[in-house]
Write a protein that binds this ligand. Sequence first.
Ligand code: SF4
Length: 70
Amino acid sequence: MTMRPLVVLWRVSERCNLACAFCAYDRTVARPRREVSAAVVLAFGETLGRWRRESGLPVLVSWLGGEPLL
Ligand code: SF4
């Protein structure tokens, strides 16, 4: 039996340092830019780790942006 992962898509930042014309997060677009603090990311990671240990199921996290690694 295949273990289906918990899949989390999380837009951690609306900032980007690039300017792809098709994208709503292009740095030249005037818009508010929210982003999650590193402390919140770490805390959520601990929560997911605990869930992983208790459930035995895999977790897949995909960070979206903007550019999540900024
Ligand atoms: S978020 Fe991605 S697609 Fe959008 S401007 Fe930045 S690099 Fe380009």
